[in-house]
Design a protein around this ligand. Structure first.
Ligand code: HEM
Length: 438
């Protein structure tokens, strides 16, 4: 077979003559993808410039080739689909990423246990045992924890701005169609206004701390960045902090909401987690960690990742033109019976058997050069929070049995509500859980 015939576009649903697949996709995103996967296989075309990939090896290949032939998601409003600008941005981000990493690794993550639990208790105490929207509550929690991680106690205003930024970006996640940035739509104005406010606040915090003689010795991410030799420029620090704050807020909040969903439906699991936490003399909580890993398998908050071809290239048997999008789907990969027995079943014990999980078919944190920078930190925090929630609270939800997953932006159970009722203990604070460093 000639080369040109071997490398072609994969088949896919043709959709409506004028609107293509947009309507069917918007109406039921995951239903559309499941049907297309069944009918056309692991790689299928959505339109002339977009492929969906449900094959773990090809998904990994695209992730590993990021920065080489692929760039990450283009900025919102990039109507020109300027992959050159995206590649430039990536080139300047990679050194920033390297300099931030030691401030986010396992050892650094271990310093966050105490503040995380203090904030968790405070946020749940604010709810006073009343019924709350779980996602909103978890966003409050993660906004405060990540702000404290970056700035210690000096984070005045940052959590609220993060919340506002997530609200301002929400409308873009809900529609497939984008409009040019210069169009004076209310959602564009709100987005840019919020972005400017967040940047101005971060710049002021960085400047203030740079000017303080003790600024670099502080035990937070900004202190760590300032202590770099040489210290990065103010703009570089602001951009790094911006990425960490945004990455460390909405996504873990979605994961926590899914964890609460499971806890609310599984009293037996809660009892087992309680027993584990109560008896955790060496500090290890493998069941809590398994709950986190299993939740990220069944409900990966980043359920869809985008890569854009920066040049004409191929992926497996398929050809791509510059500007083509490849959409990688951890959700379907994580629920594929070829890689996971009983794929739709929530079973944390699958992580406790000692058998290796099919690593290539598990990518809640992505892979390759742009793998999640906060993976170690967040695994530790989510494990701690899961254990602490099970141990210290009874979670009652009026709608856990009826809510469904929402596949817009970050995957999470939609509109889950719950009450967090403290379990009476003599002194929960004297008895905190220590997770050993691995
Ligand atoms: C459940 C929790 C989390 C999940 C599932 C998660 C998932 C991900 C995924 C899938 C990516 C890669 C996206 C892509 O390749 O397109 C990513 C990137 C990133 N994450 Fe996370 N994340 C979590 C928590 C965090 C936290 C707590 C932080 C900050 C401390 C963080 C910071 C980042 C940053 C800065 C990036 C961008 C890395 C880059 O582009 O070089 N994430 N995350």
């Amino acid at each position: 077979m000639a080369q040109s015939e071997e490398r072609s576009r994969p088949p896919g649903p043709r959709g409506h003559r004028l609107t293509g697949n947009t309507r069917a996709y918007e109406a039921d995103r995951i239903g559309f993808l499941r049907r297309s996967h069944r009918e056309y296989g692991d790689v299928f075309s959505y339109d002339a410039h977009t492929l969906f990939v449900i094959d773990p090896d090809l998904a990994h290949e695209a992730l590993l080739r990021t920065g080489d032939t692929f760039v990450t998601e283009l900025a919102p409003f990039d109507m020109e689909r300027d992959t050159g600008r995206a590649a430039q941005h990536a080139a300047s981000w990679m050194p920033e990423r390297r300099s931030a990493w030691p401030g986010l690794n396992r050892t650094a993550a271990a310093t966050t246990d105490e503040p995380t639990l203090t904030i968790l208790d405070a946020v749940l105490a604010d709810g006073a045992g009343q019924e709350v929207d779980v996602l909103a509550t978890m966003r409050t929690l993660t906004a405060r924890t990540i702000a404290e991680y970056c700035f210690g106690a000096d984070h005045a205003g940052v959590p609220e701005l993060l919340q506002e930024t997530v609200r301002a970006t929400q409308p873009f996640a809900e529609v497939s169609r984008e409009f040019p940035a210069w169009l004076p739509l209310p959602r564009h104005r709100r987005y840019f206004r919020t972005y400017r406010r967040l940047t101005a606040t971060l710049t002021a915090l960085v400047r203030e701390r740079s000017a303080s003689p003790s600024g670099r010795s502080r035990d937070d991410l900004l202190g760590f960045l300032l202590a770099g030799e040489p210290a990065p420029s103010v703009d570089t620090m602001v951009s790094t902090l911006h990425s960490v704050l945004m990455g460390g807020h909405g996504v873990p909040a979605a994961a926590l909401t899914s964890i609460v969903w499971e806890l609310a439906r599984r009293p037996r699991l809660v009892r087992d987690l309680r027993d584990e936490a109560d008896g955790a003399r060496d500090g290890a909580t493998p069941l809590a960690e398994a709950v986190v890993r299993e939740t990220l398998r069944l409900y990966p908050p980043a359920w869809l990742m985008t890569r854009t071809a920066a040049a004409a290239t191929t992926l497996g048997a398929w050809s791509l033109s510059p500007g083509d999008d490849v959409l990688l789907n951890p959700y379907l990969i994580h629920r594929d019976p070829r890689w996971w027995p009983r794929p739709d079943e929530f079973d944390p014990t699958r992580w406790l058997t000692g058998q290796a999980a099919p690593g290539r078919a598990y990518l809640p944190f992505g892979a390759g050069p742009r793998v999640c920078l906060g993976a170690a930190l967040t695994l530790r925090q989510l494990t701690l929070i899961t254990s602490w929630l099970a141990r210290g609270f009874t979670v009652e939800s009026p709608n856990a049995a009826s809510v469904t997953l929402e596949f817009v932006d970050r995957l999470a159970p939609a509109h889950l509500r719950a009450r967090f009722l403290p379990v009476e203990r003599a002194s929960r604070h004297d008895d905190r859980i220590d997770i050993p460093l691995q």
